[in-house]
Design a protein around this ligand. Structure first.
Ligand code: SAM
Length: 352
């Protein structure tokens, strides 16, 4: 497959993009090419798969897409591969890839959501890359919990084996202005901010997250862990996390940067928080998660930003992949509340 290179490296710091993970069921080849060209993603997964896959293993590639991770597993000596994806057109590419690489007879393709699929045997290893830029925004918790319980042998391995999301308050008026004016980038014409807001039943562009590279120079404090996932069948998809950040540099608080790091193998950790586009420490496809607040707030060293960050599902789920994050809290200066923020992906009006 030849990559559409115009999609790669074609982004700048603090440039706001529509959230990739909110349109999973519409991903076409452009989205998959962007992922296939994501240097840190591809290098980390390739190295980890070569390290973890042992000859003779039966492997499941859950959410195989174009089949690249499953292909690497077969090339590393997997005895048999099961490949599942809900996207029929992309799955056809995976099938072609496995056959063209000489693996006919060594793989089975399953079309549909993993919940609805039964495999002929349990597997030694489940490989997946269904993480969003704040870890669980492609709903990996229920999907991988179900897969862990039904598909994995007792001695089996999950790749990734641990994932953690992080949040930090930021000062980026540039990113904030793009959200305010609704002038955000998109990777193809089928996906627009109007369509996104309509789907979320939201009036405010501040009540959703975005994709953007947010540099370390924008941090107002030190990043903190928002949630840890152990991939052991017990992770929670619905939760609330309380964090307090002490402002370390004066600035204008405009929201939070979210990111994740994932343990893919003993020696490979994929961390998407890097922000140096020129030296390729950034992820070309995930970027970072930008959770904006509606009203920017001037803050100074020593102020406190308290955050309640939560994840839930909407009352009426219009798609398998619909989720709601909320980020609300207060800003205190010398012990007194000076401002508050309240943003929510649930169908309710934001206040502030
Ligand atoms: C981020 S892409 C990764 C594709 C490929 N594994 C790669 O690394 O290039 C995730 C893929 O998983 C599929 N997917 C996500 N959750 C799924 C589920 N529960 N069942 C089946 N397919 C799923 C999506 O359709 C998409 O093709």
């Amino acid at each position: 497959m030849t990559l559409n290179t115009s999609l790669l490296s074609n982004y700048q710091s603090e440039e706001v993009w529509l959230p990739f993970s909110e349109s999973i069921l519409e991903w076409d080849i452009d989205f998959h090419e962007l992922m296939l060209g994501d240097r840190i993603r591809m290098a980390a997964y390739k190295k980890a798969i070569q390290e973890v896959v042992k000859p003779g293993m039966v492997v499941l590639d859950l959410g195989t897409g174009t089949g690249i991770l499953g292909l690497w597993a077969l090339q590393a000596g997997a005895k048999h591969l099961y490949a599942i994806d809900v996207n029929k057109d992309i799955l056809a590419i995976a099938s072609e890839n496995f056959a063209q690489n000489g693996f006919t007879g060594k793989y089975d393709i399953f079309h549909g959501m993993s919940y609805d699929i039964d495999l002929p045997t349990q597997v030694d290893l489940i490989i997946s890359e269904i993480m969003g830029n704040i870890a669980d925004n492609e709903d990996f918790v229920p999907i991988l919990t179900d897969a862990y319980k039904r598909f994995l042998k007792q001695s089996g391995i999950m790749l990734p084996s641990k994932v953690c999301s992080k949040l930090v308050p930021i000062s980026s008026l540039k990113a904030h202005q793009q959200v305010q004016s609704q002038k955000v980038k998109r990777i193809n014409a089928n996906y627009s901010i109007e369509k996104l807001l309509q789907r979320l039943a939201s009036q405010s562009p501040f009540d959703t997250y975005y994709d953007a590279i947010i540099p370390g120079t924008s941090y107002l404090s030190t990043p903190q862990v928002a949630k840890q996932f152990k991939m052991d069948g017990n992770d929670k998809a619905v939760y609330e996390t309380n964090l307090t950040f002490i402002v370390e540099v004066d600035g204008i608080f405009t929201g939070f940067k979210g990111s994740f790091s994932a343990s893919l193998s003993d020696s490979v950790t994929l961390d998407i928080s890097g922000s140096d586009i020129a030296s390729h420490t950034t992820s070309d496809s995930w970027k970072h998660c930008y959770l904006p607040v509606k009203s920017p707030v001037k803050v100074k060293q020593g102020d406190e930003i308290s955050l309640v960050f939560s994840r839930s599902y909407p009352e009426q789920k219009d798609s398998q992949f619909r989720q709601c994050y909320k980020w609300n809290g207060t800003i205190k200066s010398q012990g007194k509340i000076i401002n508050a923020f309240y943003q929510s992906m649930e169908n309710e009006n934001s206040i502030n």
